[in-house]
Ligand binder design. Structure first.
Ligand SMILES: [Zn+2]
Length: 251
């Protein structure tokens, strides 16, 4: 069957099997909306984040792009607007969603491309993908270079968010490839970028909104979350979940 044929067959299967239940869920969400998070994830075809996190209808507002980037507020203008800050406003300001998740992953094609042009991020020309990665990924490259120059190459790096500084040790057990380390640094840089918007400042300072870094290891299918208290990524499992929920503000 052709590619589009498989997708359209999916419509028929949906009509036959899922539609009635989903219509009920749409109604329930409209009557009692309770969204849990605005999520920025990579567009990689393996990272179906709503499926990986077992989301229900109504749980998540989702933006996917190459490299799970969130442009910094300084890049925003009428001539250079992108959807990510709009999603933060729609989710956290207009709908009072308490969590923002930024989710990166291992074996990321966008991070691999950014790593390959890490010495050329100041050259302001390229294809649509390379321009996107250079413009909004150059700060991650800068932090990655800081990591390389740190003692033992594990940091700590410091990321500024309203009211506090996140200190981060990256791959202290020395298990990750260089591109995967860049990917983890990039997720934390996007947390800093998401926190750069004035519209979120008070909410971040008061704890009404929390921004959390997640990272998915595709090779092992394990999720990791950055713990602000432990200053590193911890695997999400039965022994860490209580700590991680509290570390993320508990919403
Ligand atoms: Zn990716």
């Amino acid at each position: 069957m052709s590619g589009i044929g498989k997708l359209l067959r999916g419509c028929l299967e949906f009509n036959a099997l899922k539609k009635p239940k989903l219509l009920e869920q749409f109604k329930a969400v409209k009557e009692h909306p309770a969204p849990k998070a605005v999520t920025f994830s990579c567009m990689d075809n393996r990272i179906i984040i709503t499926k990986l996190l077992q989301c229900d209808v109504g749980d998540m507002y989702l933006v996917r792009n190459a490299g799970n980037l969130v442009p910094h507020c300084e890049t925003l203008s009428y001539d250079a607007v992108s959807t990510e800050p709009g999603a933060l406003e729609l989710g956290c300001v207009m709908n009072e969603i308490p969590n923002v998740l930024v989710c990166g992953h291992s074996d990321c094609k966008a991070m691999n491309a950014l790593y390959g042009m890490r010495d050329q991020t100041q050259i302001k020309e390229g294809t649509p993908l390379t321009l996107w990665l250079k413009k909004h990924g150059h700060s991650s490259v800068k932090r990655y270079n800081e990591l390389l120059n740190s003692p033992d190459g594990i940091g700590p790096l410091e990321f500024k968010i309203p009211g506090k500084t996140l200190r981060a040790y990256i791959d202290p057990d020395k298990k990750l490839s260089e591109v995967d380390k860049l990917s983890q640094v990039n997720v934390l840089q996007q947390v800093e970028n998401a926190c750069s918007y004035d519209m979120l400042k008070d909410k971040l300072q008061s704890g009404q909104v929390n921004v959390t870094a997640l990272w998915f290891n595709i090779q092992t299918a394990d999720f990791f979350m950055f713990s602000k208290e432990k200053e590193r990524f911890l695997e999400v499992n039965e022994s860490t979940i209580d700590h991680l929920v509290s570390d993320a503000g508990g919403h």
